[in-house]
Design a protein around this ligand. Structure first.
Ligand SMILES: *Cc1c(COP(=O)(O)O)cnc(C)c1O
Length: 323
């Protein structure tokens, strides 16, 4: 089998999906599984669907199309605001999209009418991440226009934190989103399908707050597939953290001298054995590098610690390890 390769335990993903839905569902929060981390890979996504997931989201229309074409039955959400050039594809493949720009929503409306479809829109609200979002005081006028657009249904409001910036979801930010949602519901006499509080980073808020307010939805990617709270890096109880295994091959194992930069060339070239005896370091070289993976976010399961990585090599400190 070729290496490097990613081995995926689908049964563990199914279990993670089921437990994530149960965790949030127990308090009335529905979960959309975010598939961008697996590029909408149908086999992987089917494992999530087997765990009960009925709503899928991706940032790329191409991934949504890939899932739909493979026959996966779900409600599909686009969680990056549509590019003007992809409006036709958004209406064709996605049931729901997040949006922050009225001109884009007008384009979606025109295209939905043309395709004879009803497209649901979630207005994203800026609450401190400074990535996507309508400023809170601009939401009401935007919503007022959206409810009047043909082919478009105002399906909800949402926010996204802890992605670009370091603002973590808390009772204050979730309270503001709830307030905005409540006001819209009263003013327009509608019940929002989505009051979408955020992503995996909402875990701490969820387990610690006594009051969820009107938040009824989260978009969960990383914590479902990797089993960890993305804010603290800690495992989430009951979830598997080892569904994904990156397999790479060892291409060199040698004991190398440990010495200062100035000494290194001399030491190595003269086989300065005393230094080796004083504490040589066993190093294993893997055929894997920064072109393959973000080496800062993997940990060796076979033992040892990562000493460093270059574009095509990863070096493990393997002193005392059976490598
Ligand atoms: C990526 C993304 C998510 C999912 O984030 P995770 O940290 O993987 O849970 C949710 N919402 C939006 C808008 C995103 O871009």
């Amino acid at each position: 089998m070729a290496a490097p390769r990613l081995e995926i335990d689908l049964a563990k993903l199914t279990a993670n999906a089921r437990r994530t839905l149960a965790l949030y569902g127990a308090r009335g929060i529905s979960v959309t599984a975010v598939t961008k981390g697996v590029c909408g890979s149908p086999k992987v996504v089917e494992a999530l669907v087997a765990g009960g997931v009925r709503s899928l989201a991706d940032a790329h229309v191409s991934n949504i199309r890939r899932m739909r074409r493979s026959g996966i039955a779900a409600d599909f959400m686009l969680i990056r605001s549509p590019m003007p050039s992809e409006v036709r594809r958004v209406i064709r493949w996605a049931d729901v999209s997040v949006n922050t720009e009225l001109p884009a929503i007008r384009m979606l409306s025109d295209e939905a009418v043309r395709q004879g479809k009803m497209h649901r829109v979630i207005l994203m609200v800026e609450l401190g991440d400074l990535r996507e979002g309508i400023l809170p005081h601009d939401v009401e006028p935007a919503a007022a226009e959206v409810v009047g657009l043909p082919g478009i249904e105002l399906a909800g409001v949402g926010t996204n934190l802890a992605c670009l910036g370091d603002v973590v979801p808390d009772e204050a930010s979730m309270g503001i989103l709830s307030e905005i949602a409540g006001r819209l519901q009263r003013r327009h006499g509608l019940e929002l399908e989505f009051v979408s509080g955020g992503n995996s980073a909402n875990y701490r808020w969820f387990v610690s707050t006594p009051d969820l307010g009107l938040i009824n939805h989260l978009r969960i990617g990383e914590s479902m597939v990797l089993g960890r709270d993305t804010v603290t890096g800690q495992p989430i109880p009951g979830l598997h953290t080892d569904a994904f295994t990156l397999v790479a091959e060892v291409i060199e194992v040698k004991t190398k001298p440990v010495c200062s930069r100035d000494d290194r060339l001399l030491t190595v070239s003269r086989s300065h054995t005393c230094r080796l005896h004083q504490g040589g370091m066993r190093r294993a070289l893997l055929a894997l590098g920064r072109q393959d993976v973000d080496c800062a976010s993997i940990r060796p399961r076979a033992g040892g610690t990562i000493a460093g990585a270059t574009s095509d090599h990863l070096v493990l400190n393997a002193t005392g390890e059976q490598l």
